[in-house]
Design a protein around this ligand. Structure first.
Ligand SMILES: Nc1nc2c(c(=O)[nH]1)N[C@H]1C(S)=C(S)[C@@H](COP(=O)(O)OP(=O)(O)OC[C@H]3O[C@@H](n4cnc5c(=O)[nH]c(N)nc54)[C@H](O)[C@@H]3O)O[C@H]1N2
Ligand SMILES: Nc1nc2c(c(=O)[nH]1)N[C@H]1C(S)=C(S)[C@@H](COP(=O)(O)OP(=O)(O)OC[C@H]3O[C@@H](n4cnc5c(=O)[nH]c(N)nc54)[C@H](O)[C@@H]3O)O[C@H]1N2
Ligand code: SF4
Ligand SMILES: [Mo]
Length: 762
């Protein structure tokens, strides 16, 4: 530790501000000279909440952000932003920001401010001590899809190649693991094929377990710009905001998707809607699939999904007859007990009808967090850097060569998944845990068990913007992080677009960017020599380019941040020597009049060549299975959970800090319950009710509404008690938690009374 000079590093790293990143349009591509900072000027950045990745203009005074507006020139959002985007600067100024490291006092148990030197000293001594006593893999890491790609790559490389540990996963497991595995198995690589122009080019959009009106409002705006009078089919048990706008809403029974989708495939095959030419040339396994789905008759599908036969037939008719059908799925699919096969059942529909690779088509998973796509490719958690495989020796050798590291530094086995890490705490295999930019104590499934288990840890480090999160409050050491807007790097959005985020504010107190925290850790751990090249986010971007070379996600054609900025972000793949992103890259003909933004778009598989060894996409399927916790007499309701409003973000640590956003959603937890159930149980609107599962119960306000069907309840995930109820069950292939199904009961609360707000919620 003696050679470790945090204070000088701190001084060096806390600046400079955004000056070198503020440019006038004349700068772009014309040399590298930064514009002089004017008293009032504007820079661009990408939003740090959802995976839409909207472009924002940040208005600066004296180099610091004073306001922001939606960027009309960014090809993603075309001048629009949702409430979270407009309010993105507010959470940075919250009074509960962590401004110094905080260490739990061994006697009083209080979290007390300490210097970075002390914090790093504790970090290293405690975690190294655990490794010495219990082995290198007894320390685990849970990270995130919400920091920059350069930061997550640094975290993953440092943790595995520097600290010698193996088990790291992230909140992307809760979110995108299913899409990741489904694509990898079906297409040979984790590659969402679409571009956002497809929302406007489709003549039939099928949304499955997705509520973009709330969760991806700007993508929904893109749907509304569609000039083709498209059919909008929504498969969601709830009559969501999106379902209300559908031309056909199929309110399927929760978790009946797989049977229904197989039934749709059977019916499409039976009516001759198969694109034989495409299937023969570009897919494998169709004959087996057709045989497998033969038993999924319309009667069986409708019975399982509790749908009217006429609606089923109408859906088949639309998919069969429309020319450009696109399938979009999100958490209603990914968060299920058989989610990987369900996602692949969607992929199968696109393949068999030849709806892929053309404008307005595709089997399209919409991503969740701002950089979930970055974490899928570069977090070095469950996949080796660049979408590679830890278990393949040639992949390990390539990465070792590119990083100038001995191959032995790279673990030969994959990490445990999130749930296995949690089980590892229970068994005593995991003794130290480093949690970065995720609030597990609120968001993990069967929360009470998680929160009991973390008490068993010898050392828990939490790296967050706020010291008040449910997880930070349980930490032994809190590392104060700079947030979006206070650091630079890149994000990759849902359509594979790499965009630049910039430092437009100074982080409060001694908070450091995650990137600089990893630098401090590397120095304190004694492995900074191995990470000498990882000097700045932009230096790491060059390393990432190298790691992408020759992979499907190759982006070696991007020069640097400046290039990305000038181009309005660039979608991968964009290999060196490839077409310039400002040229027309849309595959296939299009008859729609398009804005210039369209010229900056690209989709995959126009040539029908997939990333599997035989270049064919695979039909993958499996018999449906029953849910982990079916309803019964004691717990007769299905609990659904998900996003509540466009103004709430996950565990609300950020959105809860904005007075404007707080006006846009109910302060207290509420439960959607059908009027027939409310009447039967004597539950009056806006009174308190108790919802109980086998694990816990919570009290919330009854929102009596026919959005849910009888026998179903819905509670938004943003209220912390929700995951006290959920049942820890997982898809066997992706190990993603099944957040959207557990058995519960509901009763008027013992205490009764009106809403704690004393007013109507809606
Ligand atoms: N405002 C806001 N936006 C967000 C987020 C946020 O927290 N707040 N989070 C972001 C993230 S990380 C993600 S992953 C996305 C999530 O985006 P979405 O997946 O669109 O949002 P959810 O509400 O979780 O789930 C979507 C729908 O799945 C339905 N569903 C439940 N069970 C089933 C089922 O068995 N089958 C089918 N077909 N549908 C079912 C639910 O009723 C719900 O309407 O949103 C992103 N955007
Ligand atoms: N019941 C139920 N549970 C769910 C879901 C559901 O639908 N239903 N959805 C799941 C899904 S899809 C997701 S993605 C997860 C999300 O679950 P979480 O990841 O736990 O949710 P967030 O509130 O986004 O937590 C991010 C944390 O990182 C901090 N943070 C933000 N930016 C930075 C940064 O730059 N650096 C650092 N160090 N910290 C930062 C924030 O303050 C916050 O504490 O929840 C899952 N849980
Ligand atoms: S839609 Fe997503 S990316 Fe766009 S402004 Fe809203 S939160 Fe930000
Ligand atoms: Mo997510």
């Amino acid at each position: 530790m003696s050679s470790f000079p945090p204070n000088s590093l701190l001084r060096q790293w806390s600046g400079p501000m955004t000056t070198e990143l503020v440019r006038t349009p004349g700068d772009f591509g014309l040399g590298q000279v930064p514009a002089r900072l004017k008293p009032e000027t504007v820079t661009t950045t990408v939003c740090g909440f959802c995976s839409t990745g909207c472009g924002l203009k940040v208005h600066l005074r004296d180099g610091a952000a004073v306001n922001l507006t939606a960027d009309p020139n960014y090809p993603v959002n075309l001048g629009m932003a949702c409430p979270k985007g407009w309010e993105a600067l507010t959470p940075l100024a919250a009074p509960d920001r962590a401004t110094t490291p905080l260490l739990r006092h061994p006697v009083t148990g209080a979290l007390e401010p300490v210097s970075w030197t002390r914090a790093m000293n504790e970090f290293v001594t405690r975690l190294k001590g655990i490794q010495e006593r219990h082995g290198a893999h007894s320390v685990a890491c849970l990270s995130t899809g919400q920091i920059c790609t350069e930061e997550m790559a640094f975290a993953g490389a440092l943790f595995k190649f520097g600290m010698g540990a193996r088990h790291s996963d992230s909140n992307t497991r809760q979110c995108m693991a299913t899409a990741h595995v489904a694509y990898k198995q079906s297409f040979g690589f984790d590659a969402p094929p679409y571009t956002y122009a497809d929302f406007e080019e489709s003549d039939c959009l099928v949304f499955i377990g997705a509520n973009p009106c709330i969760a991806h409002p700007i993508l929904w705006q893109r749907v509304l710009r569609n000039p083709h009078q498209p059919e909008l089919i929504v498969l969601d048990p709830r009559r969501t905001e999106t379902a209300v706008n559908a031309t056909l809403h199929l309110p399927l029974a929760p978790k009946s998707d797989l049977t229904l989708l197989y039934g749709l495939a059977q019916a499409l095959i039976a009516r001759g809607a198969v694109d034989r030419q495409f299937v023969d040339a570009h897919t494998s396994g169709f004959a087996d699939f057709a045989q497998f789905v033969a038993e999924f008759t319309p009667e069986r599908a409708c019975a399982a999904a509790q749908l009217a036969r006429a609606d089923f037939d109408h859906c088949v008719e639309l998919i069969a007859t429309r020319k450009r059908v696109s399938f979009w799925w999100t958490m209603g699919v990914n968060q299920g007990h058989e989610s990987t096969r369900t996602a692949q059942a969607i992929i199968n529909l696109a393949l068999l009808t030849g709806n892929i690779g053309r404008p307005g088509t595709g089997a399209n998973s919409i991503t969740g967090q701002c950089n979930a796509m970055g974490s899928r490719l570069f977090a070095n958690a469950t996949s080796l850097l660049g979408g590679r495989d830890f278990a393949k020796s040639e992949h390990r050798e390539t990465v070792a060569r590119l990083l100038n590291l001995p191959t032995e530094r790279i673990p030969e086995q994959n990490s445990w998944a999130y749930d296995q890490i949690v089980d590892g705490i229970e068994s005593g295999a995991i003794r130290g845990l480093w949690i970065i930019a995720t609030n597990s104590s609120h968001s993990w499934i069967h929360q009470d068990r998680f929160n009991e288990l973390v008490k068993k840890l010898d050392f828990l480090v939490v790296q967050d913007l706020y010291h008040t999160t449910e997880t930070a409050q349980r930490a032994d050491l809190i590392l104060p992080a700079a947030g979006w807007g206070e650091k630079e790097g890149t994000f990759i959005n849902s359509e594979r677009r790499i965009g630049v985020v910039k430092k437009v504010c100074r982080a409060p107190g001694e908070a450091l960017s995650d990137f600089n925290i990893f630098k401090l850790v590397a120095a304190a751990w004694g492995c900074s020599e191995e990470f000498r090249e990882w000097a700045s986010p932009e230096a790491v971007f060059q390393i990432l380019k190298r790691l992408s070379a020759g992979q499907p996600c190759d982006f070696t054609g991007i020069r640097d941040y400046r290039h990305l900025d000038a181009a309005g972000g660039i979608q991968w793949p964009y290999a060196e020597g490839g077409d310039a992103p400002t040229e027309a890259l849309t595959a296939g003909p299009s008859d729609s009049p398009l804005p210039t933004a369209h010229l900056r778009e690209r989709r995959l598989f126009a040539d029908g060549q997939f990333y599997t060894p035989d270049r064919c996409a695979r039909f993958l399927f499996e018999q449906p299975r029953s849910v982990a916790e079916p309803t019964d007499a004691e717990f007769p309701f299905v609990l659904l959970t998900g996003r509540g409003t466009s103004a709430q973000w996950h565990t609300n640590t950020r959105t809860g800090k904005s007075a404007i956003l707080r006006k846009l959603y109910p302060a207290e937890c509420y439960v959607e319950i059908h009027p027939a159930d409310a009447l039967r149980l004597g539950i009056a609107p806006h009174t308190q009710i108790t919802v109980s599962s086998r694990r816990a119960n919570l009290t919330a306000t009854a929102f009596v509404t026919p959005t849910v069907r009888p026998g179903q309840l819905f509670i938004p995930m943003h209220y912390d008690a929700v995951n006290r109820l959920t049942c820890a069950s997982f898809d066997p292939h992706s190990r993603q938690p099944s957040y959207k199904h557990c058995a519960v009961n509901v009763l008027p609360a013992v205490t009764g009374g009106a809403s704690p707000l004393g007013k109507r919620l809606f």
